[in-house]
Design a protein around this ligand. Structure first.
Ligand code: SAH
Length: 325
């Protein structure tokens, strides 16, 4: 076996077992890959979550889904040790969940690094947003807003339901000239869509420096200038000193994080602060059963639900600040 080859271990499971297998693979072998074969049919591209470091949002969907969970090992004694640990772990899990034997095969390292790209094709969202991987040549309709993305290590390819729900909400709520804040911008996908819909200025933040880099590069790739009155990207969470500044705010992070953002757990500023009177806050990354904790956090800051959309188990909530508090 050559140095540029890897052992791929793949196992097809349902949603419940997937969670346990992902946990096992992560524990034994760091990052994991999750392929969602059901979404492959539904969205015509499949959802490979390039989730290294993002397995929070990349958690497998529960329910009817059949998924393939994969992990990759370097050849050599260490790889063999990990493989044995995985096989033992799977043996134990099989006592709890019925599942097939894992399938091991040898792949080129190159294929592994680019595997997710195979599933990442131009994708239409909402009425006219066409999300396109940077290396594809899409065929847009005359009215389409083409958004080119090279996500790199940052989350936000548009493959994940939570991103798609946000893009659809932006199409609905953003009017040209609205100011927009994207908290947790990842690849910059929502900030770029908002800028293309005419939002000015757009501010985007992320605590992850890799996301800041990916978002800046993607903005330029889409012809959006990094200038204070157009798009401003900064590392961090909720910008301080901007009360009531933004007509639309979006945060696609997990429910627990959203609650923390409202209550100022991570910052001195609440997620509610930068929202303008009458403005809309789009909250995503919320598993259905967690929507109540997010809504009650929003209510503590005078924000009421105006819309709820759902894809698979993921919910996006739009809440509104009343003009008179
Ligand atoms: N907005 C993109 C990416 C969402 S992933 C999309 O809709 O697809 C969530 C992002 O939030 C990640 O890039 C992560 O680094 C960032 N993040 C996590 N906690 C955060 C916090 N407290 N403040 C700001 N960003 C945060």
């Amino acid at each position: 076996m050559n140095q540029d080859e890897l052992v791929e271990i793949a196992i097809e499971v349902d949603g419940e077992a997937a969670e346990a297998v992902v946990e096992l693979f992560n524990r034994c072998n760091g990052g994991d890959w999750v392929e969602d074969s059901a979404a492959g049919e539904a969205s015509g591209g499949g959802a490979v979550l390039e989730s290294t470091g993002y397995d929070d949002l990349g958690n497998p969907l529960a329910g009817e889904y059949r998924m393939v969970v994969k992990t990759y090992l370097k050849p050599g004694p260490r790889g063999r040790r990990i493989q044995r640990k995985i096989e033992e772990g799977l043996w134990h899990l099989r006592l709890l969940y019925p599942m097939p034997e894992p399938v091991a095969r040898i792949v080129k390292e190159e294929d592994w690094a680019h595997a997710w790209k195979r599933h990442y094709k131009p994708m239409r969202i909402g009425r006219r947003v066409l999300l396109t991987p940077a290396w594809e040549k899409p065929e847009p309709l005359p009215d389409d807003l083409v958004v080119r993305l090279e996500p790199g290590m940052a989350f936000g390819t548009g493959l994940h339901p939570t991103t798609r729900l946000c893009v659809a909400a932006l199409e609905e709520w953003i009017q040209p000239g609205d100011s927009f804040l994207d908290v947790g911008t990842g690849s910059g996908v929502l900030a770029i869509v908002a800028a293309k819909l005419g939002a000015r200025p757009v501010w985007a933040t992320d605590i992850d420096p890799l996301a800041i880099r990916a978002a800046s590069e993607n903005a330029l790739r889409n012809g959006i200038a990094l200038a204070p009155e157009i798009l401003h990207i900064q590392q961090g969470s909720i910008p301080a000193g901007q009360p009531g500044r933004f007509q639309v705010v979006a945060a696609n992070i997990l429910a627990e994080v959203l609650v923390g953002l409202f209550d100022g757990t991570y910052d001195t500023v609440s997620l509610a602060e930068p929202l303008a009177p009458g403005g809309r806050l789009i909250l995503s990354g919320i598993l259905e059963e967690k929507s109540e904790i997010v809504l009650s956090a929003a209510a503590r800051y005078g924000l009421k639900e105006v819309e709820r959309t759902q894809e698979a188990d993921w919910v996006a909530l739009v809440v509104r600040r009343e003009n008179a508090e």
